[in-house]
Design a protein around this ligand. Structure first.
Ligand code: URA
Length: 245
């Protein structure tokens, strides 16, 4: 399911920017069934442009990632489970809503995903946080190496939010989603900042269809270069957040 009707209409009316229109064209070309949400907001485009700029400092980069993720979290949590919660306002009793148990879990993929954690936890302070250390095998970019994990053994019934800024080849996202699914997760939302059409296609074709899976991104770029970096992208997200190590 492509959630793009509203955006397409806005583009037809000439309201959205040329870049956003291109973004949507790329998403539409590579997507058939997966649910992908591209944030369509001028503020997101503005912040993303500063983020991409190679002259932006690490501290500004980190701040912008937090702000963008906060905006993405609003969409990513649209279907979060809630229950009735009776309260009393100073004026009258009422039935409000509270996030249901078991608590949702946020899983940053180390290392770059850590840069998105603050934005997610600001919006979902009651969520638990797990960690998954996965990186692509540079010799073989679609293969993944898992080098760390700190996750509950049982994720049955948990809504999981995987955070990783760059959806490049899609290999890490598929491996990480299946890692959570192997522990019982059936509801996984990936929050990324930039995606490549190749990665979206790979994810769509390789994620176990029994998982309720969705991706939220701020932009869909042109494609990957021969080193599997997103073009134009923003470079190495981990290095830009934390420096070259
Ligand atoms: N990971 C990054 O940090 N950047 C890319 O462009 C692709 C993968």
């Amino acid at each position: 399911r492509v959630t793009m009707r509203r955006n397409t209409l806005r583009c037809v009316n000439g309201v959205c920017s040329e870049e956003l229109a291109k973004c949507w064209q790329r998403a539409a070309l590579c997507l058939e069934t997966m649910e992908l949400q591209v944030l369509d907001h001028p503020l997101v485009e503005h912040k993303l442009t500063i983020l991409r700029d190679k002259n932006t400092s690490s501290s500004t980069f980190r701040e912008l990632v937090t702000e963008l993720v906060t905006l993405e979290a609003y969409e990513a949590t649209r279907n979060i489970a809630v229950v009735d919660k009776p309260i009393e306002t100073p004026v009258a009793p009422m039935i409000g809503k509270a996030i249901a148990k078991p608590r949702p879990i946020i899983v940053p993929v180390l290392r770059a995903g850590l840069g998105m954690l603050d934005g997610m936890t600001r919006m979902l302070p009651s969520a638990e946080v797990g960690f998954l250390g996965m990186k692509r095998d540079e010799e073989n970019p679609t293969q993944q190496i898992t080098y760390a994990n700190r996750l509950p053994d049982d994720l049955t019934g948990r809504q999981c939010f995987l955070i990783d800024p760059m959806l490049a080849t899609g290999g890490t996202l598929v491996a990480a989603t299946h890692y959570l699914a192997d522990r019982g997760a059936k509801d996984v939302t990936a929050v990324c900042i930039i995606a490549a059409p190749e990665g979206i296609k790979y994810v769509e074709e390789n994620i176990d269809p029994s998982i309720d899976f969705k991706v939220v991104v701020c932009g869909v770029d042109e494609g990957l270069n021969d080193k599997s970096y997103i073009v134009p992208g923003l470079g190495d997200a981990g290095d830009r957040l934390y420096g070259v190590i």
